[in-house]
Design a protein around this ligand. Structure first.
Ligand code: GLV
Ligand code: MN
Ligand code: MN
Length: 419
């Protein structure tokens, strides 16, 4: 068991809450809703705001070619790999203000608390703001951490397009990032260890009155883009027997995915169709084309893959029976993540020393930590969020919950930076 550092982090939660609120004002939509799509105007302003806070704390700020941002508190032995912490500040359309931002500004607050206590880390502590954890623009989650880990190559990244057909090259340049993307991948060992503070995005901690979740596993997500090509035509003139209605085929597939996810009989399997775009989308026209996405997750990768296989069989059957063409593109199929026992032990020791209650739990949402796990040991620290609500403007975490998370994060960073 790790020895606790001789410090009692004193938190300025007021300062942190003010900063979270200020960051939330930087949004593409009317507050309290937060929308910050990567490389959009709000994302660029939010980056500037957070970089300013990091510089004011005396951290050395740098960015890579895709906009991943690093704010380093130099340790007494700069030759040692740093302890990393952080998360993301992009936000899906109509989101809240805590997802990702608690891990970024909370990580910064943990560093500032340690600085104020006169703590001198042996290993450097590095705050990371990952680019585009959310898949909003390019359809793939964890863009920045995925590229850092080498799990999305520059060639693959350059092929990404947003809804308007704009590519990564154009959009990153617009946001001020123009170096070669080849420099984004980092070697294994770039971080000695990595910890991400985040809201739970589920109801259990609040329901059970527990201060903190120590994340042992992160679920394995997979997503696909599916295009169904049928035959359109006049809604009155095209009689039912000859129809190749792309939306009717999509409806069957949506239900097939739901049924495949339920068929495992395990609560950990989930399947969602979150996008379904109909062409030409007219009241009196038979849908000729549908674009839809699937998102399937499980903490067991094999079980997740069995759902995908069942869904593929449904696609083939529906395509044949309805005479529609169905093209599928796998966007990602990430493995589940197992968090590092040594970091979890340090988190447990820190929570105990801080007098905070905790439970071990799995993360059903995905996170940058999952991608970072291929280059460094990782763990996550969850705080409750009201009603389990996330990805909504009414997402809420109380100052007390955030304070507990930052307190334990600060202790843990101090502990790990000494080793
Ligand atoms: C991340 O936001 C996720 O969808 O889990
Ligand atoms: Mn999110
Ligand atoms: Mn998040």
């Amino acid at each position: 068991m790790a020895t606790q550092p001789k410090l009692t982090p004193k938190l300025s939660i007021d300062r942190l809450v003010v900063e979270l609120m200020a960051l939330a004002q930087i949004t593409e939509v009317e507050p309290p809703a937060v929308t910050r799509v990567v490389f959009g105007e709000a994302d660029v302003r939010a980056r500037a705001y957070v970089k300013g806070l990091c510089a004011a704390a005396g951290l050395t700020v740098s960015e890579d070619a895709v906009g991943n941002t690093f704010a380093r508190w130099q340790g007494s032995d700069p030759t040692l790999a740093p302890i990393g912490t952080g998360s993301h500040i992009d936000a899906i359309p109509n989101a809240g203000l805590y997802d990702g931002c608690v891990g970024v500004l909370g990580g910064l607050e943990a560093i500032r608390v340690l600085q104020q206590l006169g703590f001198k880390p042996r290993r450097s502590i590095e705050l990371v703001i990952f680019t585009a954890e959310e898949p909003t623009r390019f359809g793939i989650g964890c863009l920045g951490s995925r590229m850092m880990a080498g799990l999305l190559t520059p060639v693959q990244a350059l092929a990404l397009r947003d809804k308007e057909g704009r590519g990564l090259e154009e959009l990153r340049a617009q946001a001020g990032f123009s170096e070669s993307l080849d420099s984004v991948q980092v070697p294994s060992g770039r971080f000695h260890q990595f910890i991400e503070l985040h809201i739970e995005q589920g109801p259990f901690l609040e329901q059970e009155g527990i201060d903190l979740g120590l994340v042992t596993h992160i679920a394995a997500p997979a997503s696909q883009r599916i295009v169904i090509e049928g035959e359109g035509g006049h809604a009155g003139g095209r009689l039912m027997p000859g129809r190749k209605d792309a939306l009717a085929a999509a409806a069957e597939l949506i239900l097939a995915l739901e049924s495949a996810a339920k068929s495992t009989g395990v609560i950990d399997t989930v399947g969602t169709v979150g996008i379904c775009e109909v062409f030409p989308s007219a009241v009196n026209s038979v849908p000729s084309r549908v674009l839809m996405t699937t998102d399937v997750r499980d903490i067991d990768g094999t079980r997740r893959d069995s759902v995908l296989a069942e869904f593929v069989a449904a696609i083939q059957e529906v395509s044949k029976r309805r005479g529609v063409k169905i093209a599928t593109e796998l966007i990602n199929a990430d493995p589940p993540t197992t968090c590092d026992p040594a970091i979890l032990a340090a988190l447990e020791a820190s929570a105990t020393a801080a007098g905070k209650s905790f439970k071990k739990m799995v993360s059903r949402a995905y996170h940058d930590s999952s991608l970072v796990s291929s280059i460094a040991p990782v763990a996550m620290l969850f705080i409750p969020c009201r009603g389990g609500v996330s990805h909504r403007p009414d997402e809420y975490a109380s100052p007390q919950w955030i304070g507990s998370g930052v307190h334990v994060l600060a202790r843990t960073l101090a502990l790990l930076a000494e080793k």
